[in-house]
Design a protein around this ligand. Structure first.
Ligand SMILES: [Fe+2]
Length: 173
C-alpha cells in the first residue's frame, strides 16, 4: 500500500470514528441528540432564570438567597458544556443560538417586574423537580441505547438538581 493510500485509509477510519464513536445507529444518534438538546435548552433556561432571581432578589434574606442562587446558577451552567459535548461525541449536532434554546426549552421564562423572594424559591424548586423528571426520561432513552457515558453523567445531574430542589424547598419552610 502506498503512503498516500495508507493516509487515506487512516483518514477514513478517523472520519468514521468521529462521525459515530460509540457505534450508535443513525436513529439512536437522532433520538439521543433530540432528548439531550431539549435538556440542554432546559438547563440554559433554568440557568438564566436562576440568575434573573439572583439579580432581582429582595427582602430580609437577601444576602442568603442571593448567594444561594449564585451557587446554583454556577452549577447549572457548568453542566451545559458537558451536555453539548456529549451530543457531539455521539455524532449529533447541538444547540447553536438563543433562538434555538427558545424553541426547545420546556422550563418557562419568568419576565415579571417583581417576584417576591418566596415565590422565586418556590418556582425554582418546581423547575428543578421538573428537570429531574426530564433527566429521568432522558436516562431511560440513553439506557435503551446502551449509552453508558450519558446515563452516568445524567445520574450526577439528577443528584445535583435534587440537591438544588432540597435547598430551595427547605429555605421556604
Ligand atoms: Fe452575581
Amino acid at each position: 500500500m502506498s503512503t498516500q493510500a495508507t493516509r487515506q485509509t487512516t483518514h477514513r477510519t478517523e472520519a468514521a470514528k468521529t462521525d459515530n464513536p460509540d457505534g450508535f445507529s443513525p436513529e439512536q444518534v437522532k433520538n439521543l441528540s433530540g432528548v439531550l438538546n431539549a435538556l440542554l435548552a432546559d438547563f440554559f433556561a433554568l440557568y438564566l432564570k436562576t440568575k434573573n432571581f439572583h439579580w432581582h432578589m429582595s427582602g430580609p434574606h437577601f444576602r442568603d438567597y442571593h448567594l444561594l442562587l449564585d451557587d446554583q446558577g454556577d452549577q447549572i451552567f457548568k453542566a451545559t458544556d458537558d451536555i453539548a459535548e456529549r451530543v457531539r461525541k455521539i455524532g449529533g449536532e447541538t444547540i447553536r443560538s438563543i433562538g434555538h434554546i427558545a424553541r426547545l426549552q420546556r422550563i418557562a421564562d419568568n419576565d415579571y417586574d417583581f417576584v417576591p423572594a418566596h415565590g422565586m424559591l418556590e418556582e425554582l424548586a418546581a423547575d428543578n423537580k421538573a428537570l429531574v423528571q426530564s433527566l429521568r426520561e432522558t436516562h431511560e432513552i440513553a439506557s435503551e441505547a446502551n449509552d453508558y457515558a450519558t446515563t452516568s453523567m445524567i445520574e450526577v445531574w439528577i443528584d445535583e438538581a435534587e440537591r438544588r430542589a432540597w435547598f430551595l424547598f427547605e429555605s421556604t419552610r
